[in-house]
Design a protein around this ligand. Sequence first.
Ligand code: SAH
Ligand code: SF4
Ligand code: F3S
Length: 428
Amino acid sequence: MKYIIETYGCQMNVADSELVSSLLISAGHSPVTDIDDAQVIVFNTCSVRDHAEQRVLGRIANEKHRKTADPGIKIGVIGCMAQRMGKRLMEIESGIDFVVGVDQYQHLPSILADDEPCGADTLSMDKTQVYQGIMPHRQDAHCGFVTVMRGCDNFCSYCIVPYVRGRERSRPINDIYNEVKSASEAGLRDITLLGQNVNSYQYDGYHFPDLLRKLNDIESLWRLRFVTSHPKDLSDELISAMAECSKVCEHIHLPLQAGDDQVLKNMNRSYNVDHYLGLIDKLRTAIPNIAITTDLMVGFPGESEAQFENTLRVMESIRFDYAFCFKYSEREGTKAASYKDQVPEDERLRRLQAMIELQRQITFDKFQEQIGKTVEVYVEDFSRKSQDMVSGKTRDFKIAVLSGGSDKIGGLSLAKVVDATAGTLICD
Ligand code: SAH
Ligand code: SF4
Ligand code: F3S
């Protein structure tokens, strides 16, 4: 059958969609890029905020009319919403034919072949599942994700991820090595290692810094990145490995969430502002020019105006290169959902807008500071605006455009930054 997968949520889901694609292709199905051609429509979903869930339900409601014209069309839901809501989803939305949880994707081929009903075991969690031996069907020719660990044990009080993704487990180091080697030999020279807490990787006595050092030796690999790091696992050893490994890029995504000790404590984040500032100092000392990006949340239950402003002050002092800013969304079953002092929705929105505006200015200034510098760009494609320009990413994860044609695509170019917007470096 012809299938299409629509992916929502984080990079883990993007990587999982590539695994699912690989499983479906092995079973004789073929991917299509136009939904009009698809006989199977799979939604790989995210539960992290209510908005993410509502969007997918809206998409399914929009697509189910296709089944009137062709009753053979199947619609499936996989990913975190499938895990969280299970069969309840089929009651909420009549268009759904199958629901498969995050640890059971190996069942998908037989479900599509109608050999297997979509039963309880397609939703059960498997704390050992790492999809060993499945090579993902890659969507991109130049950059790739490689999942190194799955699950999360941190239970931040607002977060649904530990419930839908299960306990932390790491992949064998040799499997990861082989996957990164074969992907980079196939031309994907920029690899991002993935995990909800990527730096808590632990396998057979190997820790995350050991993994970086091992992968750094792969000759065909040019650039190595990783997301997402938790501040509690950012050891001195890891900072040294980042500084010493030439392929590890000068960028870290290190979610701060809030710049107030009491709020961090209520979030169960297990560090305070001073500790986080200490990490930033160490990173900037060991790796000059490192770009630091983060996740921030406003309107966590009980967050006062003064606590919110503490976060703004920390943002001003650190000056993140970029920050993903979120409005707290109550998630059923999490600890924070039972907290009484929820911040009113209009207040959450006001704080979010103020936070985004502050970060927009900082990001703009950070990009302006790049003018005059020479950057290394891994050119991935033509620029969207002009056929005489190409675009790619710098080592510190900024989008850059430069003059050139197809001969530059897939290679590294050194270019001088001559101008910048709040999201793109313009090079000569
Ligand atoms: N494991 C990563 C990312 C998890 S989800 C980490 O620890 O940082 C990505 C981001 O979504 C989080 O960093 C957090 O900022 C945000 N997020 C998680 N739960 C949320 C919720 N209930 N409401 C709003 N934002 C949330
Ligand atoms: Fe969620 Fe916290 Fe785990 Fe990140 S570390 S996935 S925010 S529980
Ligand atoms: Fe969303 Fe699941 Fe990722 S809840 S953020 S897709 S792990």
